[in-house]
Design a protein around this ligand. Structure first.
Ligand code: G3P
Ligand code: CA
Length: 252
């Protein structure tokens, strides 16, 4: 299984721009993705769902209702409908005309910059759906620039079956009793807890690192928390404020 670069306590974590540069752009839009690349984020985090006709698209929620002017469950909608609705105006009139990106568009954009991809499979997705997304990464030749993460253990299993060379991240909102054993069982290169979960048992970060498992913590937007998790030696900071975090790192 792929091995992460493991930090020592105090080493500066890489920046993962949560849903793109989502503090100042509509989340999961190409504008948010480009802005995160421009800011210098080492990773851009996006969420992927699959439409009724099998096209992976970039959207956080299971429905398009909150972040577009359309309605409905993305898994029941056609890609042509999802591609036609406005995904920018809800955030600000300045972003009118932004669309729900296809995953293919994100891969194309990635090829133009140096930010890697922290790809969350939202799930639940079928084996076929996960395979299609993984195959697109392989076809684009970008497997060395992607970490595939999910809360859904099945999605990780399906990805591992297809492409064990792609590093996996297990997302957790609460800690497992034995996070190291859980990561190893799922072939997860990264164990990615919420900040509040990690704060319940901070020693877990060292335990994971000692076992050669990396940690990306989410979603961390304050300098106090950047300090606290950097001191634990986490590898990645998932943040809505990548520009501010990069500035904070430069001042350390
Ligand atoms: O990258 C981790 C984080 O994105 C998980 O939560 O709800 O923002 O996808 P959510
Ligand atoms: Ca996410």
């Amino acid at each position: 299984d792929p091995k992460p670069v493991v930090n020592e306590p105090g080493d500066l974590p890489v920046t993962a721009a949560h849903r793109g540069y989502s503090a100042v752009n509509p989340e999961n839009s190409l504008a948010a993705y480009s802005a995160a690349m421009k800011a210098g984020a080492e990773y851009v985090e996006i969420d992927v769902h699959t439409t009724a006709d099998g096209v992976p698209v970039v959207l956080h929620d299971q429905t398009v209702d909150r972040t577009t002017d359309g309605t409905g469950d993305v898994a029941l909608l056609s890609s042509s409908y999802v591609g036609s609705i406005d995904a920018g105006s809800w955030f600000s009139p300045a972003f009118a005309g932004e669309r729900v990106p296809t995953f293919a568009q994100v891969l194309d954009l990635m090829g133009t910059g140096s930010s890697d991809l922290l790809l969350e499979i939202k799930g639940p997705e079928t084996r076929e759906e996960v395979r299609r997304t993984v195959d697109m990464i392989l076809e684009a030749g970008l497997e060395d620039r992607v970490v595939l993460q999910s809360f859904d253990e099945k999605a990780l299993e399906y990805a591992y079956e297809r492409a064990p060379q792609i590093p996996l991240g297990l997302l957790r909102g609460t800690l497992d009793a034995d996070p190291v054993a859980t990561a190893e069982r799922l072939h997860a290169t990264y164990y990615n807890p919420s900040g509040s979960a990690l704060a319940t048992r901070p020693s877990v970060a060292r335990d994971l690192n000692a076992a050669g498992v990396g940690v990306f913590v989410w979603t961390v937007d304050s300098a106090a928390d950047w300090t606290r998790f950097t001191d634990l030696g986490v590898e990645g900071m998932i943040t809505n404020r990548p520009g501010a975090f990069i500035g904070w790192k430069a001042a350390q």
